[in-house]
Design a binder for this molecule. Sequence first.
Ligand code: CIR
Length: 262
Amino acid sequence: MYKHAIIRRPGKSSVRGLTSVDRGKPDFERLIEQHRHYTNTLSSLGLEVIELEALEEFPDACFTEDVAIVTPEVAVITRPGADSRRGETLHITDVLAKFRQLKYITEPGTIDGGDVLIIDQSCVKRHCIVGLSTRTNQSGAEQLCAILSEYGYQGDIVDLGADVPAALHFKSSVNFIDSHTLLVTQTCFWLDCLSAYRKLVVPEGEEYAANVVWINGKVLMPDGYPATQRLLEQNGFQTMVMPISEISKMDGGLTCLSLRLT
Ligand code: CIR
């Protein structure tokens, strides 16, 4: 169960952040509204939400998940793949140091938290899967796996390459919805490192809906994906549908808006 979430309020500069999608410019007021809704939802699920100040000099800083990888034992400060995001890490260390020992990814490694899926099956297995991407390189992935191996995590590095051209991060396509079940896009179904898990595949045309986040027994999912919602509910998962149109214009999803701590 998660106890804390670290989020960062979007600044006015957010509307000028990086994006590879063509969904129009985000509306700042709506963005704030949707971010507030997300924050309130985390609170309603029992998390203490730590809300950090907006950082106008870093338009993408509301995506706190990309700057650290947090496990129950350690917080690894990343070295984000986009130049414009690299300085964000300086602004997350103080708050994380209150909860965890800190470790760091160093040059030439780059890695975004959005490319890292940690599955903690308590006594059974601890698993860290890193997807190589335009943001995460081999060195960053290897450094992370080496750090987490000290804590008993099995590390796997996957290269989806041209198979998933539309996805920014690994977790755009794969997320856990309980400790042994994953929601995946069709392209990720056959990945060897996922073979031990039960998998639900998002219906064709709803690939964006793979970016869900499990919070204390509920699966938060983006609105507008009825077939995925049906699939989850028919399989016994309780969903909460979130309006995130403005966040999706920024290439963001539900996982990247928070760092969640047990
Ligand atoms: C970026 O391109 O870095 C931001 N506009 C979006 C980051 C989304 N992060 C994530 O999915 N983990």
